[in-house]
Design a binder for this molecule. Structure first.
Ligand code: 6PG
Length: 235
């Protein structure tokens, strides 16, 4: 019997446009709160395509960019300028358009190869405390970041912060991912789920299936922003 997914709040929205607007608002509010409280905002970005529209909306915001610190939840082992890189997507859609100081944007050096990049990024994360906001996507198989079924998700409290991933089922095979434990050290975690191909994974997750997405267990739980269409029967 699957344990019901604890700590997930299922936030169905009307459509992808509404999901993007809602996610953008969540990011801006989280940043304002963190900067007011601590003078800085630490965000972890999701990769893939779903966040593109969100990042395009965020770049138009009048935010206090000089206090933002940007990290990445995972990266594909490709050259830095490869269009398939998550850091390249974020740069094109958002980061190249706002004045976040360059030394406050921390791409994963995945071009070094999975093992070396994981070690390097673990050093980068030394001294970084709880993330204020982590954005994550959901794969068709229930993966998130580059934590895939039948792979190590790094859930133990003493798991490494950063994992080298080999033979990933979603190309490229070599990736780097923050572990479930490190992704869970966050004040807020928001999943962005859109696309008919996510219907099965979302349904399984809501039923409590043991999936990588379900391994992200921050103290305050996670918010799953999803296109409500995904809960209706496919036409
Ligand atoms: C990646 C992402 C991955 C992504 C999901 C959803 O590097 O591929 O980190 O976890 O978030 O696969 O991808 P889409 O948003 O493109 O559907």
């Amino acid at each position: 019997m699957n344990a019901p997914a604890r700590g997930a709040r299922w936030l169905g929205v009307a459509d992808v446009a509404e999901l993007q607007r809602t996610a953008c608002r969540r990011i801006v509010v989280a940043a304002e709160r963190a900067i007011k409280q601590r003078g800085e905002f630490i965000i972890v970005l999701a990769g893939g395509n779903t966040p593109r529209g969100v990042y395009r909306l965020v770049r138009a915001e009048n935010a206090d960019w000089s206090h933002w610190n940007v990290y990445f939840g995972d990266e594909r082992c490709l050259p830095p300028d490869n269009v398939e890189r998550n850091s390249k997507m974020a740069a094109v859609e958002w980061l190249n358009h706002v004045p976040i100081p360059k030394d406050r944007v921390h791409p994963i050096p995945a071009e070094l190869g999975a093992r070396a990049a994981a070690l390097a990024y673990a050093d980068t994360l030394q001294g970084v405390g709880e993330f204020d906001l982590v954005l994550l996507g959901l794969g068709e198989d229930g993966h998130t970041a580059s934590l895939f079924p039948n792979h190590d998700w790094g859930t133990a409290p003493n798991a490494p912060d950063v994992l080298a991933v080999f033979d990933a089922p979603k190309p490229p095979p070599q990736r780097v991912s923050l572990s479930a434990a490190r992704l869970s050290r966050a004040c807020e975690v928001v999943f962005l789920v859109a696309g008919a191909n996510k219907r099965t994974a979302l349904t399984r997750w809501r039923a409590g299936a043991r999936l990588p997405a379900n391994a992200i267990r921050p103290p305050n739980g996670v918010d799953v922003l999803f296109d409500a269409e995904l809960l209706t029967q496919p036409r």
